[in-house]
Design a protein around this ligand. Structure first.
Ligand code: ZN
Ligand code: ZN
Length: 426
């Protein structure tokens, strides 16, 4: 039996579980939880996995859950979903919209919504986990299903790794993950190589010397230093990187002083850097530091600037061979709905998991917008205005065919690796 036939056989069970999966999704959507607070979600996931015969590790890195179906000597396949929601007020008008509020990490009461679609990721992976457990006949090997906390804050995968993940589950041969994106539902987009950008935040403090506003000769003006720095930082992308290496350097905040007649002591810049590979990332971060230091020198600053790295996301660079294999399986399953995706300027921490195991991965997108809405907006040239994107309070994925597609994609990808037994032995 080939992989496609084996996946077909596993997926015949989808008809029987579809309405249950849809109900699970509605419940999850109505009960979103912030990053690191995914207790209810994790408990429900763990309970289901145990019921289907998975060996379950719960509380990994806080609220992470890993289920293992052991078997065979083949390297395992790891499938990952993220579980957290966002501090966003839901404005979708859906009958199962969230009205939940929660206390965030800084102690503020905030609205919470699954505005990034992680409720769909959890539901799709649970669906795939159930079908794979029930369809144990047509495949062999080990399956690891991993439900990760805190993707939005960029530290969920790291926390699971710091909690000994790599020693607690079988080492996979490959890892897969997917994300809903604002494309027509039914669409499945793969991309070999760079797919999602890396993101780095940096707080930079420039030290000058304060003085009376009337006495610039007594000061080292941090406002001018900051202004020159912001302008010069624009030359990294325009003058230092090859045109084939996309990157973004944004100064999102510039703060200094509070009065017209006082030259302040210091200035603070908040800088966000997006790159698509580790080389470019290092290069841009080095360039930022070099330019900041040089502008401080140019102003005659007597104290070195301070650099404080903030949250960071690694780049998502899909393995060429694994992606080609999965893309071919998707084309066989989804036909014209399987496409090559454009690189996305969003970021993810998924790649930390396969990187920690030292194994290749591929990460793909699945569409979730009503195809008619999408086509109408496309015809009018109003996609940006009419199609709500992830993180918007109006982000309202259509449940079908998104769920069916996500479950099918996970099973199809897993079966490219979990070698079906030879004919006659099923
Ligand atoms: Zn998100
Ligand atoms: Zn997301």
């Amino acid at each position: 039996m080939d992989s496609k036939a084996a996946a077909d056989r596993v997926l015949t069970g989808l008809d029987d579980i579809r309405s249950e999966l849809e109900a699970f999704h509605r419940d999850l959507h109505a009960h979103p939880e912030l990053s690191h607070q995914e207790h209810r979600t994790a408990a429900r996931v763990a309970e289901h996995l145990e019921g289907w015969g998975y060996e379950v590790c719960a509380g990994v890195g806080g609220t992470g859950v890993v289920g293992v179906l052991a078997g065979g000597d083949e390297p395992a396949v790891l499938l990952r979903a993220d579980m957290d929601a966002l501090p966003v007020r839901e404005d979708t008008g859906l009958p199962y919209a969230s009205t939940v509020t929660a206390t965030d990490a800084s102690g503020r009461e905030v609205p919470v919504a699954h505005a990034c679609g992680h409720d769909l990721h959890v539901t799709c992976l649970l669906g795939a986990a159930r079908l794979m457990a029930a369809g144990r006949g047509p495949w062999q090997g080990a399956l690891v299903v991993l439900f990760q906390p805190a993707e939005e804050t960029g530290d969920g995968a790291d926390r699971m790794l710091a909690d000994g993940l790599t020693d607690r589950v079988p080492r996979p041969g490959v890892a897969f993950a997917q994300h809903v994106l604002p494309y027509p539902a039914g669409w499945v987009g793969t991309r070999a190589g760079s797919f999602l950008s890396a993101a780095d935040n940096l707080t930079v403090t420039l030290h000058g010397r304060g003085a009376h506003g009337s006495a610039p000769q007594a000061a080292i003006d941090p406002v001018v230093m900051a202004a020159m720095t912001v302008v010069r930082l624009q030359t990294i992308v325009s003058r230092e990187l090859a045109a084939t290496r996309p990157a973004v350097v944004t100064v999102g905040s510039i703060q200094s002083g509070s009065s017209a007649n006082v030259i302040p002591d210091s200035a603070e810049l908040l800088i966000n850097v997006r790159t698509y590979d580790e080389d470019s990332r290092q290069r841009v971060l080095d360039d930022v530091r070099r330019i900041v230091r040089a502008e401080c020198d140019a102003s005659g600053a007597t104290r070195e600037p301070d650099f404080e790295p903030g949250g960071r996301f690694p780049p998502t660079v899909n393995d060429e061979a694994v992606t080609a294999e999965v893309a071919a399986a998707f084309t066989a399953r989804f036909g014209q709905r399987a496409v090559t995706a454009e690189p996305q300027s969003a970021s993810e921490d998924f790649s930390r998991l396969p990187d920690a195991f030292g194994v290749p991965y591929t990460y793909w997108g699945i569409g979730c917008v009503d195809p008619r809405t999408y086509r109408t907006a496309q015809r009018r040239g109003t996609i940006a205005q009419d199609v709500p994107v992830n993180h918007s309070g109006r982000f309202a994925p259509v449940v079908q065919p998104t769920l069916d597609t996500g479950v099918s994609a996970l099973v199809t990808a897993a079966l490219t690796r979990l070698r079906p037994p030879a004919d006659g032995k099923t």
